[in-house]
Design a binder for this molecule. Structure first.
Ligand SMILES: Nc1nc2c(ncn2[C@@H]2O[C@H](COP(=O)(O)OP(=O)(O)O)[C@@H](O)[C@H]2O)c(=O)[nH]1
Ligand SMILES: [Mg+2]
Length: 289
């Protein structure tokens, strides 16, 4: 497994130019790199790869920064934030994620349904024993109730009309582990949220899954940018560290906050990341709206 990256924001202007649909224009997942690396990610000797081993692996292709002519195709909100600061938000050796245009296009095709049920929900359960048995890597979406996990997955499946991802403004709406298989590439797992209206079986269901599920390779931890990292987010990050599961932090609902708040929460994530000093945490948070 190598550079894990996803969830890049496109500018509205660029989206219109490239004929993307309204839903799509805000979020485009570049899963290509992820897919490619997952395909070669059989853990050796039962050891899960970490981001440190991934980034230092000379065989791993890391996309170079995109050239100026392509720059408007990928709008990383952290770049806008950087302009407000004199010190760098991320160190150069942290290699901020910059997808290539071709990779973004390829990512779209991964999530575009080509025939009925090639992208589909394969299971919905609270019991790990009932999780699907297959040889596919899994990526889990974690976070507080109502932070936007299901909405994110729903957006990713915008070009897969056969898949319905239930979304609601009621906190605690997702009650089960929901497995969405994306062709023969990987499976996304939508999870019940923690915090308000958290199901009583959360520990048995979610924590058990995070610790024991062999197919699970990565967790995206979604944080509400308006709230920042709260105590429960920190507990879950500590838990992921304990399980040694690689994770990326996504800051969602950035449309609801000003740049100053965005900066504050990015800083918060950096502080936590540095505190853990962990090879499991992807260095860069992804800002989503
Ligand atoms: N403003 C804003 N609202 C969002 C965003 N993502 C999700 N929501 C809303 O947040 C609510 C909860 O979303 P949901 O995906 O069900 O959250 P989950 O409990 O984490 O799965 C819904 O009303 C969504 O429309 C976002 O990026 N910005
Ligand atoms: Mg949900």
């Amino acid at each position: 497994m190598s550079l894990l990256s996803t969830a890049c924001n496109l500018t509205r202007r660029t989206a219109a130019r490239h004929g993307l649909s309204p839903k799509e224009k805000h979020r485009l997942s570049d899963i290509f790199t992820l897919v490619r690396e997952f395909q070669t990610s059989a853990p050796a000797c039962g050891q899960k790869p970490t981001f440190k081993t991934i980034l230092n692996d000379p065989l791993v292709h890391i996309p170079p920064r995109i050239s100026v002519s392509q720059a408007d195709l990928f709008c990383d909100p952290t770049e806008k934030l950087q302009k407000l600061l004199q010190t760098p938000l991320f160190d150069e050796n942290e290699r901020p994620y910059r997808p290539l245009v071709d990779e973004m296009k390829l990512a779209q095709t991964v999530f575009t349904s080509e025939r009925p049920r090639d992208i589909r929900r394969v299971e919905s359960t609270i019991r790990i024993e009932k999780a699907p048995i297959y040889n596919l890597p899994e990526v889990a979406f974690l976070g507080r109730s109502n932070v936007g996990k299901s909405s994110m997955i729903s957006c990713l499946f915008h070009k897969a009309p056969f898949v319905k991802v239930p979304v609601s403004s009621t906190p605690g709406f997702t009650k089960t582990l929901k497995f969405y298989q994306v062709k023969d590439y990987f499976t996304l797992v939508d999870m019940p949220g923690y915090g308000f209206n958290q199901p009583h079986y959360f520990r048995d269901c979610v924590e058990n899954f995070l610790r024991h599920r062999q197919n699970l390779r990565l967790a995206f931890v979604m944080v509400d940018a308006a709230e920042g990292l709260v105590k429960r987010d920190l507990s879950i990050l500590e838990y992921l560290e304990e399980c040694q599961l690689p994770y990326c932090i996504m800051l969602n609902k950035i449309d609801l906050v000003k740049d100053s708040q965005r900066l504050e929460v990015v800083g918060q994530v950096r502080t936590i990341r540095d505190k853990f000093g962990s090879p499991n945490c992807y260095p860069q948070p992804f800002l989503i709206r």
